[in-house]
Ligand binder design. Structure first.
Ligand code: ADP
Length: 397
């Protein structure tokens, strides 16, 4: 079956068409600036040239229409007609406590996703718009929702509760949910396959380090803790997000800088993380690595603080699982930044971690980067959230 995977943001839409039998990506692309002047679509068929077209996209329905047109185009398209697309898998950010698994989308599911809008006001409404736009253009094609939060629903109460009045949990469902679940699930399973070991017997820490970053503890195939919380702002220091801070800082800064709560939240989401720590040098680890090698003190501070922070979470999750067998690095930074992996692993001598620097220099493939005598296995596993969504979609249908 050919599955169209859609990841819809408020002004962007990423897509991939995946052949579920061969698990290959037939075409992929991105619509940007939807509803804004200068919208453009990037489209790349497998093995073909990438093309970029600036074209008006007043809304998501028009964006999806252009995607479907590109996929069926007589020259660069990869299917003859839309009938060849057997299903659509949608990434949905927040499934609250309602969804511990992916689901086939029907009216009831749409309502339930909408009820989670409060918990992810920037993401869920955009996801729903994407689903509605697809339904309008492909009314007979079955659709599946795959939630970022679902994999983390197995966390025990002591891992997901905050030390707040319990009434806020009862009234508003304030608790840790966690995100990047599709990636944490895919990477941890893949690690066990690559090692040829049973998923149900392993204790795995997954470090998903991208622009957004999170760590999770996967014990015997179930997530038992994760670093992001009610929202994706909690946990690790990220590209531009602060991660964990003393909550009192918000009030302190609001007074000192004469800013509203909304303005402070924008600082925490967009101007903090390694961008803020590096005194605005960059949120991109390619720039930070370069700066580090040149001895730039802003780059050094950002790199060191980021890596120390990840190492502390690994320690916490080793404690949560009473040990750890495998540590996996994934996503843009985790897969590519060898220096970041080296710095993090320097803190892990107590877990018997020893890194093979030659293996650590490889890119783009599933690799064990620890030495044979390392007590804990350390791996790089490239994540593939689109493939995971396509697999879930096929499984449900
Ligand atoms: P997201 O999906 O959260 O937007 P990604 O997982 O794509 O993020 O990661 C993007 C980040 O990965 C970039 O901002 C950059 O910091 C980092 N990155 C990408 N390529 C490299 C590289 N070759 N070396 C170091 N860091 C890299």
């Amino acid at each position: 079956m050919k599955v169209l995977v859609i990841n819809c943001g408020s002004s962007s839409l990423k897509f991939q068409l995946i052949d579920s039998e061969s698990e290959s990506c037939l075409a992929k692309g991105l619509c940007e600036r939807i509803g804004i002047e200068g919208s453009m679509i990037t489209y790349a068929p497998e093995g073909g040239e990438k093309e970029k077209n600036v074209t008006p996209m007043p809304d998501h329905t028009e964006a999806i229409r252009l995607v479907l047109e590109a996929l069926t185009n007589s020259k660069t398209g990869v299917v003859k007609s839309l009938d060849e697309i057997g299903a659509v898998g949608h990434r949905v950010v927040h499934g609250g406590e309602k969804f511990a698994q992916s689901v086939v989308i029907d009216d009831e599911v749409m309502k339930a996703i909408e009820e989670c809008n409060d918990l992810a006001p920037l993401h869920n409404p955009a996801n729903l718009i994407g689903i509605n736009a697809c339904k309008a253009l492909m009314p007979k094609t079955p659709m599946v929702a795959v939630f970022d939060t679902a994999f983390h629903q197995t966390m025990p109460e002591e891992a997901y509760m905050y030390g707040l009045p319990y009434e806020y949990y009862k009234k508003y469902k304030i608790r840790r949910y966690g995100f990047h679940g599709t990636s944490h699930s895919y990477v941890s399973k893949r690690a066990s396959e690559v090692l040829g070991m049973s998923y149900e017997n392993l204790k795995i820490v997954v470090c998903h380090l991208g622009n957004g970053a999170s760590v999770s503890a996967v014990k015997h195939g179930r997530c038992v803790d994760t670093s992001m919380g009610l929202t994706p702002l909690q946990g690790l220091i990220m590209g531009t997000r602060s991660g964990d801070i003393d909550p009192a800082i918000i009030e302190f800064l609001a007074h000192k800088e004469n800013k509203s709560i909304d303005e402070i939240m924008a600082v925490l989401n967009k101007k903090s993380g390694v961008l803020g720590l590096s005194d605005n040098l960059s949120s991109d680890f390619r720039d930070l690595e370069e700066g580090y090698h040149k001895g730039d003190e802003n780059a050094i501070r950002a790199m060191k603080t980021f890596c120390y922070n990840v190492a502390k979470y690994i320690g916490a999750y080793a404690a949560a699982m009473n040990g750890v067998d495998v540590i996996c690095f994934t996503a843009g930074v985790g897969e590519n930044a060898a220096l970041v992996r080296t710095f993090i692993c320097e803190y892990l001598g107590y877990l018997g971690v020893k890194i093979d620097q030659e293996a650590n220099g490889k890119r783009g493939e599933d690799t064990v980067i620890s030495t044979i005598d390392s007590k804990t296995t350390v791996m790089v596993i490239p994540t593939n959230e689109e493939l995971a969504i396509a697999r879930e979609t096929v499984k449900l249908l």
